[in-house]
Design a protein around this ligand. Structure first.
Ligand code: AMP
Ligand code: MG
Length: 456
């Protein structure tokens, strides 16, 4: 980091009494990280691949939607005047001069006393100014074989109002309107609108390629046969899945071993091939925590101690590609839960910013009562892995299991993080606490409502 005030070599042990003064807060770390990211360049992609991406230009309608006035019902196109005073006891008889399915045009004009049998979506024939649905004609009764007229005649049982059941041209969108402003996040409905405008491609910020580099001599590739003293690399897979979830494209690199040559080689590969480099492990104070040294030599890097748990320590900086382009790097802790939590808190906003979703990354934050006692002894803000479940119609925060930073299964059960503030000894059972929802659909608090506050 060029700003030396953000650079800190941690000597903290996690003991409250010797926390260094320059430990930075989660918010401050996030702010410093986000400063180094910008929305990526614009690319034209098929609309069917653009879900959750952000437009880089205004979308202007080139024609009306619907493009022509059409019927919203199956029935008869009529002249409303011809149906005046029609009733079941005194229906009006019209002669049927045409049949018009959707996709066809009626080349004649409907004259007084005439009607055209018409299907939903078909253009309104010239001369007609109302649609009488089958339900209001004798055809409705045809199913009961009681149609009272010949095929070329129809009885109208209800008086039609001018314009009835007609969807006018431009009812939805008029030609020349800005349908979506630049910066619109494309959800399913927005994509459907683009298709209705006849567009098959759209300009959006491209998705970031995020290189993922696990480091450690102890790591095996999942699928490799087990060997004593080793563990399987879970960070690459977990982080890659988070990257996909957040909208990025992961590029999993080979595992770097704890030597300068291997690390340097793979870091360079990541830098050259990605927009953002994520490493895990090797940034603490162990004998083989070489990532630090390599980072310091190859790039501009800051080592911070963020006042959070799990998640200490964290490295952040930038590398330069051969082309001169800057590639931000986030060095995550090695412990699997720490890696995922820090990536949730710091990597997610960065990916969102690259996608052009500058303000869309905060997660819902709610207040809920904790059922469990959540202990926090070491002065840092603690993010506890929890679920929210309803108990006697009250949503309760429940721990998902052991909370040390290697316990991945409690992470796998969690749908939320309860925040223990740094200046407390934890959250007592029955106490209200703040909770970040990371998987909103899977929190089971039934009909109860939790008031959402500003996001986190
Ligand atoms: P380190 O930061 O290298 O000291 O690693 C901290 C802890 O995280 C150690 O127990 C490592 O074995 C573990 N660890 C590091 N990288 C990974 C990984 N990719 N997958 C699973 N555990 C890891
Ligand atoms: Mg290690």
């Amino acid at each position: 980091m060029s700003d030396q005030s953000n650079t800190y070599s941690s000597t903290a042990t996690g003991n409250r009494s010797i926390l260094p003064d320059d430990m930075i807060s989660v918010q401050e770390a996030r702010r410093l990280i986000l400063e180094k990211f910008s929305p990526l360049d614009s690319v034209s992609i098929p609309i069917t691949e653009a879900l959750n991406q952000v437009t880089t230009e205004d979308v202007v309608a080139q024609f009306d939607i619907p493009p022509y006035s059409n019927t919203g019902m199956d029935g008869y196109a009529v002249i409303a005047k011809d149906t005046k005073n029609a009733s079941y006891s005194d229906p009006k008889k019209l002669s049927v001069t045409g049949y018009l399915p959707a996709g066809k045009i009626f080349n004649d004009t409907v004259m007084p006393g005439q009607a055209v049998r018409i299907m939903t979506g078909a253009p309104i024939p010239n001369g007609a100014d109302a649609i009488v649905p089958f339900e209001e004609t004798d055809e409705y009764l045809e199913k009961d074989s009681t149609k009272k007229t010949e095929k070329n005649e129809v009885l109208i049982n209800v008086e039609a109002i001018t314009g009835a059941n007609i969807r006018p041209a431009g009812e939805d969108i008029t030609k020349g309107t800005v349908v979506f402003n630049k910066g619109t996040i494309l959800g399913p409905a927005q994509i459907a609108v683009l298709a209705s405008l006849g567009l098959n491609n759209i300009n959006v910020h491209r998705r970031p390629i995020v290189a993922v580099l696990s480091t450690g001599d102890e790591l095996l590739y999942p699928g490799e046969s087990y060997a004593d003293g080793k563990i399987y690399d879970s960070n690459s897979s977990g982080l890659a899945a988070q990257i996909i979830n957040f909208g990025g494209v992961p590029k999993i690199l080979n595992i770097a071993r704890d030597n300068v040559k291997s690390l340097t080689h793979l870091i360079r590969e990541g830098v050259e091939s990605a927009d953002f480099l994520i490493t895990s492990a090797g940034v603490s104070r162990g004998d083989f925590d070489l990532v630090k040294a390599v980072l310091a030599k190859e790039g501009h890097i800051g080592f911070w101690t963020v006042k959070m748990k799990p998640g200490k320590p964290l490295a952040f900086g930038t590398f330069t590609k051969e082309s001169g382009a800057q590639v931000p790097h986030l060095g995550l802790p090695g412990n699997p839960v720490s890696a995922m939590l820090t990536f949730e808190l710091f990597g997610r906003p960065a990916i969102f910013k690259m996608l052009g979703k500058i303000n869309a990354w905060p997660r819902p934050l709610v207040n809920a009562i904790s059922k469990d006692r959540i202990v926090n002894t070491d002065g840092r803000r603690f993010y506890a892995r929890v679920v929210i479940e309803e108990e006697n119609e009250i949503p309760k925060v429940i721990l998902t299991g052991k909370q040390s930073s290697g316990i991945l299964t409690s992470m796998s059960k969690a749908t939320a993080f309860a925040i223990c503030p740094s200046d407390t000894s934890g959250i007592e059972a029955g106490q209200m606490c703040e909770v970040i929802l990371i998987d909103r659909e899977n929190n089971y608090y039934g009909e109860s409502t939790l008031t959402e506050k500003k996001g986190y």
